[in-house]
Structures are given as C-alpha cells and as structure tokens.
Design a protein around this ligand. Structure first.
Ligand code: PLP
Length: 385
C-alpha cells in the first residue's frame, strides 16, 4: 500500500495555506527569543506571568530532580504518586478553595479523563461552539449525546438543555476562550445549569494566573460559589509556566476520577520535579500580584494603541488579544512580514479557528516591557495596515 494519498492531501494543505510547520526555539521562553537561528521579539507564548524561566521555579525543579531523579517511574495508582505530587494536589485544592484536586500530565488528558469518567451513552454533553479541541474530543469519545450551543449564549444552551432527558447533563466551557480571549459568562451559564439540573465544567487553562486578585481565574473573578461550578480544570503549562494540569472539585468527583479516569490511571505520573517547580510557581502566582497588575497595564496599552491605529480587536480583557485577518494565506503573509521586522507571532488558521477567521493570536506576558509593546504596535502599523 502506498502513501500517495497522504502526499496528495499534504500538497493540498500547502496549497490552501493550511500546512503547519514547527519552528525551533533555541532559547528559554521569554520575550527575546532565538528561533531557527534568528532573534525575535515574541508575542505568542502562553507564559502569561513570565514564570516558565523564573530562577526560583528552575531552582525547585533542579533540587527536586536531585532528590527524586527524573522519571515518575509508574502511574499514580501503582507507585508513581510521590510526596511532591501529593503536596501539589493539596496546594491546588487550597488555591481553588475546593476539597480536593487531582493532577494530570497534560490539560488535554485532564479534559479527556474527566469527561469520560463522568459520562457514557446514557448522558448528554453541551459545549460552547468555540471550546478547545480537547473538550470537543472528550465529548465525542464519551459516547454521550453531543450538542454545541452558540458561543457564550446562555439562551441557546437553555433551549438545548430543556429538551434533554439524559441521565446526566454536563455543560462544558472554556473559562477564557483560547483563541478569542473573551470570558465565558459563567453566572448566566450557571443559572441555566441550576434550572436544568446540569453540572457545569469549566476549563480555565487561560484564566488561572491572569484573572482574579490572587490569580484564581474565572471562578475567583466571578466569585462563583463552589457548588455552582462542579468541575474546575486548570492547566499548568500556561500561567503557571510549568507543565501538566489538574481537576479540582468535591471529594466524590475526585475519587470518581481516581477510580475511572483512564488518562489518569493508564499513564506514568508527571516527573516529580515538575510538581516541585509548580509548587514554587503557584506561590509566586498567588503572591506576586504585581505580575497581574503589570500584565493588565500592558493589555490596556496594547488595546489603546490598536484603537489609535484603527486596528480592530476582539472583546478581550485578557492577555489573548487576537487580530483577525480572515483568509489563511493573508494571515501567513502578515506573520512572515512581522518576522522580517523582528516580531514573532505565528498565524492561527482553521481548523483551530473557524473558516475565514485566520488570525494573529497576539499574547502578552508580564515579562514584556511597555517599550516592547510599543515596538509591537509600530511593527503592526507598518505591516498590517
Ligand atoms: C482551553 C485549553 N484547554 C486545554 C488545553 C490543553 O492543555 P495542555 O497543553 O496542558 O495539554 C489548552 C491548550 O493547550 C487550552 O487552550
């Protein structure tokens, strides 16, 4: 059997400007990076608080590696659950104000594991149309009746929920939408869930660290009571600057995941040193409120600058500030022109975003300076307008 078919598909992908290519980073994650041998000022990482390369986080990682070695060695239920994993779970439970938290090796796995431990064919799942791929995949894999409601539209959700007679109903949403940067209207969604006896699951991958006085994300921002947000997911590879993810919730929820979440059970635990590094980044994330203050200043500066240039942005109060270009080919060309000008922002294209809405997903970090944001604005003025 030949691979001609695949080659034809790949050629078509190139012709449609949808071909993905990996770029090689030769420096740590920071504003000034070297990519494929060239220096750039980057505005596309999810290291929102500048913790991925923080000296204290690195030191904790190194110390723990000296103590525990590198590999987790086994799954959590065999003998891969170290004291450090356990401490991090307790710290995350305290941070989110929930009885328990459970670590997963990635956010993708946390979403697949949680949804599939809770639902089967007798159930129904309701998802925002713009949810992250890992949530959509989780729903499809579960076999539950799968429905998508209009973006951030509690009425659209209510209409679908009313018609459902499923055993369990799970409503799932990004907290901060990963490609648009807007916030889910959690109070409105939660009201509908209460009326229709549905559970609410929020994946706040992009909210933790950025929103709320202590960086507690959407739940803290909206002061959501615990009982109104039953399944809370956070990822550690973004604002926390490390790797992995967690689900926080009630004793019964977390114990159900320990017993049934296949992406928790059938995989090696994350390296303990990553858990140790995350304990330190969690402390910095909570305590160093200046990082969020500086980040919010940069967000305002960027939005004001774009407005002055006549560049349309989305309704986003978060570090995710996309500039929608439209066609993929055009987005690729603009991204390339920015590169030629020393700015690194990769173009995001379908199917990651809807057809005709390819974009520059500009992201800001507390490690950027105001002068660097000015430099970005000058470059956008030259290249996009
Ligand atoms: C909303 C959302 N959920 C989950 C994930 C997956 O997390 P991870 O990178 O830890 O697999 C991402 C992005 O990576 C995301 O944007």
């Amino acid at each position: 059997m030949s691979f001609d078919d695949l080659s034809k598909e790949l050629k078509l992908r190139k012709e449609q400007s949808l071909y993905r290519q990996r770029r090689t980073l030769q420096t740590p994650q920071q504003p000034l990076v070297q990519v494929d041998g060239r220096e750039y000022l980057a505005f596309c990482s999810n290291d929102y608080l500048g913790l991925a390369n923080h000296p204290d986080v690195i030191k904790s990682f190194q110390d723990a590696a000296n103590l525990y070695g590198v590999g987790g060695g086994a799954s959590h239920l065999v003998n891969g659950h170290s004291q450090t994993h356990h401490e991090l779970e307790e710290a995350l439970a305290d941070f989110t104000g929930r009885p328990r938290a459970l670590l997963f090796s990635t956010g993708y796995m946390a979403n697949i594991g949680a949804v599939n431990a809770l639902l089967n064919k007798q159930d129904a799942i309701f998802q925002d149309r713009l949810n992250h791929a890992s949530l959509l995949d989780a729903g499809l894999l579960s076999g539950a009746r799968f429905q998508r409601y209009l973006h951030n539209d509690a009425d659209s959700l209510a209409k679908k929920l009313e018609k459902s007679d499923a055993r369990r109903k799970l409503v799932v949403t990004d907290g901060v939408f990963s490609m648009d940067g807007d916030l889910a209207d959690l109070p409105a969604l939660s009201d509908v869930c209460k009326k229709e006896s549905a559970w609410l699951m929020v994946d706040d991958a992009h909210g933790f660290g950025c929103l709320g006085e202590q960086g507690g994300g959407c739940a803290e921002y909206y002061a959501m009571p615990n009982q109104d947000l039953q399944v809370l997911v956070g990822t550690l590879g973004k604002g926390f600057g490390t790797a992995g993810a967690f689900v926080a919730g009630s004793e019964a929820l977390i114990e159900t995941l320990v017993q049934h979440a296949r992406t928790y059970i059938y995989t090696t635990s994350m390296p303990p040193a990553v858990a140790a590094a995350t304990l330190t980044s969690l402390r910095i994330l909570r305590e160093e409120t200046w990082r969020r203050e500086h980040l919010n200043k940069l967000i305002k500066q960027f939005r004001k600058g774009c407005e002055a240039l006549g560049l349309a942005l989305m309704d986003s109060p978060t570090p995710i500030q996309p500039i929608v270009i439209g066609e993929s080919e055009k987005a690729m060309k603009i991204s390339q022109s920015l590169e030629n000008d020393g700015i690194f922002i990769s173009a995001i294209r379908p199917p990651t975003v809807p057809q005709g809405s390819a974009r520059l997903r500009v992201t800001l970090s507390a490690s950027h300076s105001e002068a660097q944001v000015d430099r970005l604005l000058r470059s956008l003025e030259k290249v996009v307008l």
